[in-house]
Design a protein around this ligand. Structure first.
Ligand code: DGY
Length: 325
């Protein structure tokens, strides 16, 4: 009987798609935290399909531990930087992901971070709870308006576009930077500029690029210095797109005004990370896709990919289609 290992409890709809399959042995990791590397290797031994999350590192060692029966790796996420895709391809293993499922949820959260960081929502709310709301204060918690601002989108793909669409309602001037001009710009009237121009002219800079060797530390001490001192940096992509130590220093020294981060490096962020002590850094625990709709869709898409792979059919959403050549 084919065996599936699911690395965490995911929305039930997705699990049911697997559990309701006849002749499939499904093991679901029951703990709230991911299995350790050793446990994952042990659980993966001899399986036919792996249903995993971005918290698992899927590399040669893990694939070797799983062994030759492994037919598909299905990730419940769109980003797959935790998976060595080339290693999977070498073994003829298709890798599935969930593009589109979390686009709107992540775009919503991006706008939430922009507004919250700009208008100091967290310090303001904390002030109320701490009994520091003395009176209506003409100078209290001032911040810039998103409305009418210039927003630089780094990575105008699906999520970047969804953010841009929302920002049109804020009458924002939109700049974007991609490796090359993209197809979505026209719809949202976004102007393609080089990264330095985007950094220099934007009031808000929002990161939506995948983590690749080229984008690792794309935002570093040097690029932070190119931003306006009033700039607000938003990251809902991957933590390692930003040099976090350089960002903390820039926020401390007023090189830029604020940051809203849904992703960090590592995750969870270390409790002694200086970012957690800064009033102008808003850090969330990677909840961009945490809408009920998005998480259900992600769970079911990942199950669809997995079942297709088990049945030796092309995955509906395959990251390495070259595996079929
Ligand atoms: C993804 O799917 O890559 C997201 O980061 C999950 O929230």
């Amino acid at each position: 009987m084919p065996k599936v290992f699911v690395t965490r409890k995911v929305p039930q709809k997705g699990l049911d798609m697997l559990l309701n399959q006849e002749g499939l042995e499904v093991e679901i990791w029951p703990e709230p935290l991911p299995p350790s590397r050793e446990t994952l290797a042990q659980k993966a031994r001899g399986i036919d399909a792996l249903y995993c999350l971005l918290t698992e590192k899927i590399d040669d060692a893990l694939l070797d531990a799983a062994g030759p029966r492994l037919k598909v790796v299905s990730q419940m996420a769109v980003g797959v930087d935790n998976i060595d895709i080339a290693a999977c391809t070498r073994r003829g293993i298709p890798v599935g992901n969930t593009p589109g499922a979390l686009t709107e949820a992540t775009a919503d959260l991006t706008l939430a971070l922009m507004l919250a960081a700009a208008r100091q929502l967290l310090p303001a709310a904390a002030g109320v709870r701490a009994g520091k709301w003395g009176t209506w204060d003409p100078l209290g918690y001032l911040g810039p308006e998103l409305f009418g601002s210039t927003v630089g989108i780094v990575g105008l793909g699906r999520i970047g576009l969804a953010v841009a669409r929302r920002l049109q309602g804020f009458n924002a001037r939109l700049l974007y930077n991609n490796p090359s001009p993209g197809p979505y710009a026209k719809e949202v009237d976004a102007q393609f500029v080089d990264l330095d121009t985007l950094l220099a002219e934007s009031d808000f800079i929002s990161l939506h690029c995948p983590l690749t060797p080229e984008t690792r530390y794309l935002i570093n001490a040097d690029s932070l210095r190119k931003m306006k001192s009033s700039a607000i940096l938003i990251n809902t992509a991957r933590g390692d797109v930003v040099d976090q130590a350089a960002l903390a220093e820039a926020l401390q020294q007023g090189v830029i005004a604020a940051a809203g981060l849904d992703v960090t490096s590592p995750e969870p962020i270390l409790l002694d990370d200086p970012l957690l002590t800064l009033p102008n850094a808003l850090v969330l625990p990677h909840i961009g896709s945490a809408s009920i709709t998005a998480r259900q869709k992600m769970a079911t898409m990942a199950a669809e990919n997995l079942l297709a792979g088990l049945g030796k059919k092309p995955l509906p959403h395959c990251v390495n289609p070259e595996v079929y050549n």
